[in-house]
Write a protein that binds this ligand. Sequence first.
Ligand code: SAM
Ligand code: SF4
Length: 371
Amino acid sequence: MNAQSKDELLGWLRESRPARLRELYGRADRVRRERVGDAVHLRGLIEISSHCVRQCMYCGLRKANDKLPRYRMAREEIFDCARQAERLGYGTVVMQAGEDDGLTADWIAEIVRWIKRETRLAVTLSLGERQDDELWLWRLAGADRYLLRFETSDANLFRAIHPERMSGGPDRIALLRRLKELGYQAGGGVMVGIPGQSFESLANDIHTFRALDLDMIGIGPYIAHAATPLGSGALRPAIAASEQVPSNEEMVYKMIALTRIACPDANIPSTTALATINRVDGRKLGLKAGANVVMPNLTPTKYRRMYEIYPAKACIDESAVDCSECLRGQIHSLGRFAGRGPGGRGTIETVNETGANVADDAAPQLVQLRA
Ligand code: SAM
Ligand code: SF4
């Protein structure tokens, strides 16, 4: 069941019959419940800088986008966000940014140390392809996890859409292996519907998630940004029309479900990009197809529009408190509950927000998280 062959994966990726898809999502939801439980972990996202030295062909933060005003948060502002994460009952903060050389290794390390000393939060970093000594320093400072999507396992497509910073540097898949060696919980992931992305490469993506034994796997739709070569059509990777993966929500739900079945105990978010292409139900449908994590935004509202990875991003105007309440409401409407602990891989929470123990026969290997 877990090690699905490439042909099986391809069959599901091309499936469109509603009854078959309901069967797939139902199966993934059962695996999710048995292996990671009903808790939905809340990772508070702090977008600490929109500066970026890279030229990724898909991303609005790319250096050449001179229309985008840039910001870098002050240390005290980041501390305030971390304090707010604790007040809102989150277990983790994620510090994310463009690949910004202005975020020096020592500065980040000091912030990580402060958060680990002053709060009970797990710290996830998502700061791009950084040097080995920097990654090691941050790990020593107490960073628990690192997110670095490999975007696509198709090496030719990746090269075309993700120009190297300097030739011969490690690719993202090699960096993910290295992050695991350094003791991080490592998070990879892909965009779905990138121009030039084939169904076969998506099946390979799922095999790559398994081969890397990733702790977290982020899967979201590719969303065209007109200020980028890929979004404007200036770059058009060649592919037969019948092979091109569509960038729609159904494709993303299928990828989430197949990934849950292939990697049963990974943490899988229902992403903001999914909520952007379906504002009403996107997050909930991702959670019903196998996801078990959401990432409420903690970035001060004044900065959010300047972190424009793609246009019309969801949750731009809401305050951190609004995001928290909205997401908790969505989680409860599914009969699930918001996790209270750090929610690392391998922990299953069975005590809900009211203190009730919700362990039952459906989840035989539950490990109780004490309040
Ligand atoms: N700079 C870091 C990095 O590249 O890993 C972290 C920030 S980057 C904005 C985070 C993720 O945004 C990328 O890994 C990519 O998957 C996603 N992203 C960028 N452009 C996107 C687009 N046009 N549509 C959907 N997701 C996008
Ligand atoms: Fe920079 Fe990350 Fe965007 Fe690439 S994906 S341009 S590294 S922020």
